[in-house]
Design a protein around this ligand. Structure first.
Ligand code: PLP
Length: 386
């Protein structure tokens, strides 16, 4: 038999549209010339559209993780106290970044599968009467557990206190509703390889006016991630160092697609895919890791694995043509994840569900073949009827 085609259903890097792949083959241009300025202007305007902000959005060549460092070194002073909220592995890594940079980091942690309780943050900030906490660090969407935090509610509490509200939306932005200006956020960072449908390599960060003003006078040593240099170059429609021009072309094409779909349309598509995936998973008799389904992510679904997850994923990949993701850290041997963000449609979700169900049947699990797809299809029909 022919080897199965391969469908990438991991929460990043995500599949890239053919338009994006083609855009990246364009000839190289002068990154200090008119053609780049025009490209830069369009990408910047469309990033503002996707972030829902009037503020500049900056593109740093780098991985998403660089955004954690950019957020911290540009707005805080050495030794400042920050509240780091951890609901999974990526929260853990941002926590470690802040510790490594020498900040005084207080940790607020929740068990895997739980979302942040906004009232807990409100309570902690109320106790901070002398305003020692300078920033709150939080994941919009915790990719490792498939849980989405209520950033709007948390931001309301943080604004009352006055600390900076810093949001890692690496697996959220472009997939899940986020209002940079409307929610009063100070820093939002993402990576291009998720819902922005591009290859890895771009760290994209928005700063509020007040965060940018802090960058002018704060005392943290920095060079590569220095917002002052990046902002000065931004005003000249370029980067301070050589930008990855081909990735800019890819991002230009991807953002044009999002613009055509509309950001609200992209959010609605991700919501449908999240609902379809959860319905299919439950129809197989499996359990979501998310403790409260209302906070389950619409960009990635984490599921308790009824058999060794590596075995399940190997069968899905090698025999059935679908790549699922494993668990991270402590969850490595207990869960698997289905990524459904970026250049992904309901058909892809159904294929991932079918592959999961088939793999479980191959390994002797008691599943009713077709049940997962049927549950997802029901929702698809409803969505088409509006
Ligand atoms: N934050 C979240 C929520 C993520 O999902 C990821 C990557 O998956 C990162 C940060 C880190 O991004 P990168 O791997 O591009 O550094």
């Amino acid at each position: 038999m022919l080897k199965e085609k391969s469908l990438l259903m991991i929460p990043g890097p995500t599949p890239i549209p053919p338009q994006v792949a083609a855009a990246m083959t364009q000839p190289m241009i002068n990154h200090r010339g008119e053609a780049f300025f025009t490209l830069f202007d369009e990408v910047s305007a469309n990033l503002r559209y996707v972030f829902r902000t009037e503020q500049p959005v900056y593109v740093f060549p780098g991985a998403g993780s660089g955004g954690w460092e950019a957020a911290l070194v540009n707005t805080l002073n050495p030794g400042d106290k920050v509240l780091s909220v951890v609901i999974g592995d990526f929260g853990e890594r941002w926590f470690k970044t802040a510790v490594a940079l020498g900040f005084d980091v207080e940790r607020l942690e929740y068990p895997a599968g739980q979302a942040v309780e906004p009232a807990d943050i409100a309570q902690r900030l109320e106790q901070d009467v002398d305003r020692r906490i300078k920033a709150v660090l939080i994941q919009h969407n915790e990719t490792s557990t498939g849980v989405t935090n209520d950033v709007a509610a948390i931001a309301r509490n943080v604004r009352v206190h006055g600390a900076l509200m810093m949001v890692d939306s690496v697996s959220g932005l472009g997939a899940l509703p986020l209002e940079f200006d409307g929610w009063g956020l100070d820093v939002v960072l993402t990576g291009a390889q998720k819902a922005l449908m591009c290859p890895p390599g771009l760290s994209v960060v928005a700063f509020s006016e007040r965060a940018r003003a802090l960058a002018e006078k704060n005392r943290m040593p920095r060079f590569y991630w220095d917002l002052r240099a990046v902002h000065a170059a931004y005003l000249k429609r370029q980067n301070p160092y050589t930008p990855p021009v081909s990735l800019y072309y890819g991002l230009q094409a991807a953002l044009q697609m999002i613009k055509a779909e509309t950001i609200e349309g992209a959010w609605a598509r991700h919501q449908l895919m999240g609902e379809m995936c959860r319905a299919g998973v439950k129809a197989m008799g499996l359990k979501l890791l998310a403790a409260d389904e209302a906070r389950a992510s619409n960009s990635v679904t984490a599921v308790w694995a009824p058999i060794e997850p590596k075995v399940l994923r190997k069968t899905a990949r090698d025999k059935l043509g679908v790549q699922l993701a494993g668990g991270q850290g402590k969850l490595e041997n207990t869960i698997f994840r289905v990524g459904h963000l970026g250049y992904v449609t309901p058909n892809d979700v159904i294929q991932a569900l079918v592959a999961t169900e088939t793999a479980l049947a191959v390994h002797g699990q008691d599943v009713k073949l077709g049940a997962a797809a049927a549950a997802a299809q029901e929702l698809w029909v409803k969505a088409i009827h509006g």
